[in-house]
Ligand binder design. Structure first.
Ligand code: UGA
Length: 445
């Protein structure tokens, strides 16, 4: 099929590259000219596993092209996939201006009947709003084309997006039967591999996306809440998890206590669903609890550091391992590291940080002299910090030899916000060790 994709961010770019890989002819459009020039040269502009090679392959195979000219993209096909950003507004609602701007342009420019596929995460009811906008614009421009709107939410995890796209657990499509035929054709290469395609009405498809993300976020906040209780009563979160997850109804995935969830999706989607719930005058307390628990959990290193040093943090040297909101990405949006760094700056602490991929993004945000960007995890330790805090569970940190940690840290405590180490091992090397939902280990030096 011949398709146009609008937005070359995580979702748009991964979709464009993967649809091309599935055999379609793809034109990907973004208004950022600089980004498009980079993409035309085969540079992804973002860190995503397997994406660079696949991008180059599809450009060479002439399956994928890029443009910053919306009119070109609109004339290219009759299947328009919108994957532009929907950031949070001040009031928690999703900002739909980019989505609507693309829709307006499509209606204005198209000379053929077409289908608009909404892949961006949009609040429930947005498809109906788009449909109304389209009929107003058709009247205004005195046009008679048939333009259908369908919903096709994405379930890509950053860092695993290519695999999630090419081997999804399910594909959800929402809209009227006729409009969905094109989408089923589009996904045929996956459908023949027995990937389930679930058809529903458009509103249900929109709600499915939020319900899935917010449910996963609630699992994380739930286990973090239990970890807070465990810390207070002297229980061990690993054992509690084991005790729960043998029950298949609960399931063991997405149940790791830590420093809370971040990224561009969960925090935004929880906020947006709260806003929708309130608009409907329903009780949003359950959803609000997910957010407040997460905000509190992000302060775990701050609370423990403050307690350990009796509130006297000024002048300390602190090491931080990890800035990205999770491993295998360079993304620091809503990352727990941001809450920590802001706090350390406010306390006049000298902070030595290292992350395998997110340093450049963090450098753009933090130009404060008190933050020192190191070239390796060893370099952080060579600066003899008074404490080390692990914020992201990168493999390189998890594999760091405990004896070396003891060598560098000596008496200095390790605050492990992602439970990367086994407390028994930390005890055996005589480290002072704090972890989430588990007993504190004090060294005996
Ligand atoms: C999430 C969903 O997992 C995808 O299915 C969805 O398509 C995507 O949002 C989206 O809406 O576009 P992503 O934001 O890339 O994907 O990240 P996740 O891997 O889901 O992790 C989110 C956060 O939860 C991270 O900060 C991670 O550290 C945290 N997390 C995850 C935990 O704290 N504990 C866990 O057990 C799992």
């Amino acid at each position: 099929m011949i398709i146009s994709i609008y937005g070359a961010g995580y979702v748009g770019l991964v979709s464009a590259v993967c649809f091309a890989k599935l055999g379609h002819q793809v034109n990907c459009c973004d208004i950022d000219k600089n980004k498009i020039e980079q993409l035309q040269r085969g540079n992804t502009c973002l860190y995503e596993k397997n994406l660079p090679d696949l991008l180059k392959e599809q450009i060479i195979n002439k399956k994928l092209e890029f443009t910053s000219n919306l009119t070109d993209a609109i004339n290219y096909s009759t299947l328009h996939i919108i994957a532009t950003g929907t950031p949070s507004l001040q009031n928690g609602k999703a900002d739909l201006s980019q989505v609507f701007a693309v829709v307006r342009k499509i209606v204005q420019e198209t000379t053929r009947d077409c289908v608009i596929v909404v892949k961006s995460t949009v609040p429930v009811g947005t498809g109906d709003e788009i449909e109304m906008l389209i009929s107003d614009l058709l009247i205004k421009h005195n046009k008679s084309q048939k333009i259908s709107v369908v919903s096709n939410p994405e379930f890509l995890r950053e860092g695993n997006a290519v695999e999630d796209f090419l081997k999804p657990e399910r594909i959800i499509v929402g809209g009227d039967k006729e409009a969905l035929l094109g989408l089923k054709h589009l996904y045929q290469p996956l459908i023949i591999k027995e990937i389930p395609i679930i058809e529903m009405d458009r509103t249900s498809a929109e709600l499915s996306k939020y319900a899935a993300n917010v449910f996963l976020a609630s699992k994380i906040s739930f286990i973090n809440m239990i970890s807070q209780i465990a810390e207070n009563v002297g229980a061990n979160i690993d054992d509690v998890c084991k005790g729960m997850t043998y029950d298949k109804r609960i399931g063991s995935q997405f149940f790791r206590a830590g420093l809370g969830f971040g990224g561009s999706c969960f925090p935004k989607d929880v906020k947006s669903l709260i806003a929708t719930t309130k608009d409907l005058q329903l009780d949003a307390k359950l959803l609000q609890g997910i957010e407040t628990t997460n905000d509190f959990q992000k302060t775990w290193p701050i609370r423990n550091l403050t307690e350990h040093f009796n509130g006297e943090l000024k002048g300390l040297k602190v090491g931080v391992w990890g800035l990205a909101f999770k491993p295998e990405t360079d993304d620091i949006r809503e990352a727990s590291s941001l809450v920590l760094l802001d706090f350390l700056i406010s306390c006049d602490v000298k902070t030595y940080v290292y992350d395998p991929k997110a340093m450049d993004n963090a450098k753009k945000l933090y130009q404060d002299d008190s933050i020192v960007f190191c070239h390796s995890c060893e370099e952080v330790l060579e600066n003899k910090p008074d404490a080390l805090i692990i914020v992201t569970e990168w493999e390189i940190f998890k594999k760091f030899a405990p004896e070396s940690l003891k060598f560098y840290l000596g008496d200095a405590p390790l605050f492990d916000g992602r439970n990367c180490f086994n407390p028994d091992v930390m005890k055996s090397v005589n480290l002072s060790y704090y972890s989430v939902g588990r007993a504190v280990i004090k060294n005996t030096d």
